[in-house]
Design a protein around this ligand. Structure first.
Ligand code: HEC
Length: 599
C-alpha cells in the first residue's frame, strides 16, 4: 500500500477501526531502530508477543512527561501477559544525549527507539507526541492508536481517570476481541517533519537525487556480475525492486555490515546511509519511484570491470582442495587445511580469496598454523590459538596490511580455513583460491593478529540475550588497525571497548545487529595507539531463542565449538606492536605464536 494513502487514512481517521476490511490498510511494515543506548530492536523479532505498545516520546512535552506514570503502571501489569513497551522519538530537535538526560530526569525506563530519519513515525502516521500505538507484531497490524487515558490535556490534568483507553484496547487485544474505536484524538505536542514536507513540495529526481545514493552505497554489490542477486542497472530495475528496497532500508538489513554511527572511532569504507539519504530513498519510493520524462539514467551508463583478484596478480596462489556441496541441507563448517609448502619464510602484505562458487561460499576465515603446531588436526579442535590472518566474505575487502607492515609466515606453516557453505538447490563443487601478496623486502613493521574472545561459555536453551565478554591484554605498546567480530548463528551483537591503563574507557566499535552471513572487518581510519597494559574488551550477546530465525535448535544449550551448531565468541583484532620489526625477531622465535599466546 502506498504511503500517501496511509497518510490520508491516518489523517481522516481519528480512530482506526478494526473491521476486517480495514485491517489490511492499518498495517505498518517491519522496521528496526536503535534505542537511546544504541541497542537494536526490530518489530518482527517480537512476533511471538501478543502486542507491542509504542508511545511517542518527545523531550520537553508536558503531556509526555505526565503520561509516563500511567504508561509504566500499564507496563508493569501487561508485560508478563505478552505485551512489550517502547517509546519512539521522532523529533529532529532531540538526540541520544538529550533523550538520556530527559529519561534520567523523568524516570523513563523504556527503550526509546530513536527514529532519527522520522521514517517509522511517518509510516505510522504520527503527528503528535504522547500518542500510543498498539501493534500486533507478527503482521504489523495497528490495533489501536490514541491516548493512554482521558486524564491529561493541554495545561490541565484531571484528578482522576475516567476512561482507560489503552487498558481497554490491551484487554480487548489479549482477548482477541474488537478494539473499542470510540476514542478521542490524542493530545500531545506537534512534531515537525521537514524532510517529508520538502520532498512532497519538491519531488525528488531519480537521476540527481536517487541514482547517486544507490551508486555510492549499493551498486558495488548490486551490478551485473556482482555479489548481490539482482542489479541496480536501470530505473526499471530499481523501480521494480523499490518496495523491497524500502523494506530492507526500514529494517536496516541493507546495506549490510552497518555499525552504530553515533559511537566509536571512524571506520574506513563502512556501509551505511546517512539520515538524509534514507529519507530521500524512502520518500522517493513512497511517491512511486518515478523517473521524470526526459531524465537520464545514470545507473544504466555505469560499466564494471571485476578483475579476478581486485589487488592484481598475487605472488603466490594456492588452490583450496575442491569441496563438493550438496543441493540442499545445512552444511557444518568445514575446516580445510591448505598446505603452503614454503621453501623459506615469507612476508605477506595482503591476502585475497577468490571463491570458486560465490553462490555457495558464505565465508572463510584463515587461521595460521605455525610450524610449532604438530598437526592441523590439533588446531582444529579449537585448543590452539585463534588468531586469523585474513578471510573472505561477500562484500569484505581483501586483508591488506597498511603502513609498510606485513605478517610473517614461517616456512613449514600452513593455513587452516574455516569454510562456511550454504546450499542453493543445486549440487556444485567449489574450488576456491587464495592469493598471497608478498613484500620483496622484509617490511618495516610486523602486523599481528589477536583476539578478545571467550571460549568457556554455555548459552542456556531459549536464552534471548546471553551476554558474553572477552578481553585481550595489550602487553606492549601497540597500534590497533582493525576489528573483526566473529560468532556463529546465534551471534546477536558485539562491541569493542579500549580500557586504558589509567582506567579510561573508550568505545571503538559497535555492531548492533551482528549477522553471521556477513563477516566484515572494520578498519580504523587512523590506527589507534594502545599503551602497554591497555585492554581490548569485546562485549556481545547470543540469541539462542526461537526468535532468532537462524537458530538451528533453540531447545539445546550451546557451548564453544567449531561447528555451526556450536558457537564462537571472537573479537579478532589486527594490530602492530611498537618495536616489532623483522630485525627485532630473534632467530627461532615465532611471532605468530608469541602474539596469539595471550588468547
Ligand atoms: C556488500 C554488498 C551489498 C551492498 C553494499 C548492498 N547489498 Fe543489497 N544485497 C546484497 C546481497 C548479497 C543480497 C542477497 C542477500 C541474501 O541472499 O540474503 C542483497 C539483497 C538485497 C535486496 C533483496 C532482499 C533480500 O534480502 O534478499 C534488496 C532489496 C537490496 N539488497 C537492497 C540494497 C540497497 C538498497 C542497498 C544500498 C543502500 C544495498 N542493497 C547494498 C549485497 C549488498
Amino acid at each position: 500500500m502506498n504511503w500517501s494513502r496511509l497518510v490520508l487514512i491516518c489523517a481522516i481517521a481519528t480512530c482506526l477501526c478494526l473491521a476486517t476490511s480495514a485491517e489490511q490498510r492499518n498495517r505498518v511494515g517491519d522496521f528496526a531502530l536503535l534505542d537511546q543506548h544504541g541497542k537494536f530492536h526490530q518489530l518482527s523479532w517480537y512476533g511471538d508477543q501478543k502486542a507491542v505498545v509504542i508511545f511517542v516520546q518527545g523531550n520537553g512535552c508536558p503531556i509526555v512527561r505526565n503520561g509516563v506514570h500511567a504508561l509504566k503502571a500499564l507496563r508493569d501489569e501487561y508485560e508478563s501477559r505478552g505485551v512489550v513497551f517502547f517509546m519512539l522519538n521522532p523529533q529532529i530537535q532531540d538526540d541520544r544525549e538529550s533523550v538520556l538526560e530527559e529519561a534520567e530526569a523523568f524516570g523513563y525506563d523504556f527503550p526509546v527507539l530513536m527514529d532519527d530519519a522520522q521514517l517509522v513515525a511517518e509510516s505510522l502516521g504520527v503527528d503528535r507526541t504522547a500518542e500510543v500505538f498498539v501493534i500486533e507484531p507478527k503482521k504489523g497490524t495497528v490495533l489501536y492508536r490514541g491516548p493512554i487515558d482521558d486524564r491529561l490535556h493541554y495545561e490541565s490534568q484531571k484528578p482522576t481517570t475516567k476512561h482507560h483507553y489503552l487498558r481497554d484496547a490491551l484487554e480487548a487485544a489479549l482477548a482477541g476481541e474488537p478494539i473499542p474505536a470510540d476514542v478521542p484524538a490524542s493530545p500531545g505536542c506537534i512534531i515537525h517533519f521537514p524532510s517529508q514536507k520538502q520532498h512532497r513540495q519538491n519531488p525528488l529526481s531519480y537521476s540527481k537525487d536517487i541514482a547517486p545514493i544507490l551508486q555510492n552505497n549499493c551498486v558495488k554489490c548490486h551490478h551485473d556480475g556482482g555479489i548481490a542477486p539482482w542489479s541496480m542497472s536501470s530505473h526499471e530495475m530499481v523501480r521494480g525492486w523499490s518496495l523491497m528496497m524500502r523494506e530492507v532500508l526500514m529494517t536496516r538489513r541493507m546495506p549490510p555490515g552497518q555499525i552504530d554511527p553515533y559511537v566509536g572511532k571512524a571506520i574506513r569504507e563502512v556501509n551505511g546511509l546517512s539520515v538524509e539519504e534514507k529519507q530521500k530513498l524512502v520518500h522517493w519510493i513512497n511517491a512511486g519511484a518515478q523517473r521524470t520524462e526526459g531524465e537520464g539514467d545514470p545507473l544504466a551508463e555505469l560499466t564494471f570491470d571485476d578483475p579476478r583478484y581486485s589487488l592484481g596478480e598475487p605472488d603466490m596462489v594456492f588452490s583450496v582442495p575442491a569441496q563438493s556441496i550438496p543441493a540442499t541441507g545445512v552444511i557444518d563448517y568445514r575446516y580445510v587445511p591448505v598446505e603452503l609448502d614454503l621453501e623459506e619464510d615469507i612476508w605477506v602484505q595482503a591476502v585475497e580469496f577468490v571463491p570458486g562458487d560465490r553462490q555457495v561460499l558464505h565465508h572463510v576465515i584463515a587461521y595460521l598454523s605455525s610450524p610449532a603446531d604438530k598437526t592441523v588436526r590439533g588446531r582444529a579442535d579449537g585448543s590452539a590459538n585463534a588468531s586469523s590472518v585474513g578471510g573472505f566474505a561477500p562484500g569484505r575487502q581483501p586483508d591488506f596490511f597498511r603502513d609498510n607492515s606485513g605478517r610473517l609466515i614461517k616456512k613449514g606453516s600452513n593455513l587452516l580455513l574455516q569454510m562456511h557453505y550454504t546450499t542453493t538447490g543445486r549440487e556444485t563443487v567449489d574450488a576456491t583460491e587464495v592469493g598471497l601478496y608478498l613484500h620483496d623486502q622484509p617490511p618495516a613493521y610486523i602486523m599481528s593478529g589477536g583476539v578478545a574472545g571467550q571460549r568457556r561459555f554455555l548459552v542456556p536453551p531459549h536464552a534471548k540475550e546471553h551476554e558474553l565478554e572477552g578481553e585481550q591484554l595489550i602487553e606492549r605498546d601497540a597500534y590497533l588497525y582493525s576489528m573483526t567480530p566473529h560468532m556463529h548463528y546465534r551471534g546477536k551483537y558485539m562491541s569493542y571497548t579500549a580500557v586504558y591503563p589509567d582506567g579510561r574507557e573508550e568505545v571503538l566499535l559497535s555492531v548492533p545487529k551482528y549477522e553471521f552471513n556477513w563477516q566484515f572487518s572494520y578498519e580504523l581510519e587512523e590506527p589507534l595507539f594502545l599503551p602497554a597494559g591497555s585492554k581490548i574488551v569485546a562485549k556481545g550477546a547470543m540469541d539462542n531463542s526461537e526468535r532468532n530465525r537462524f537458530n538451528p535448535d533453540p531447545s539445546k544449550p550451546v557451548h564453544f565449538g567449531l561447528q555451526t551448531k556450536h558457537e564462537m565468541f571472537f573479537g579478532f583484532t589486527t594490530l602492530r606492536y611498537v618495536g616489532d620489526t623483522p630485525e627485532s625477531l630473534t632467530a627461532g622465535e615465532s611471532v605468530t605464536e608469541d602474539l596469539a599466546a595471550d588468547f
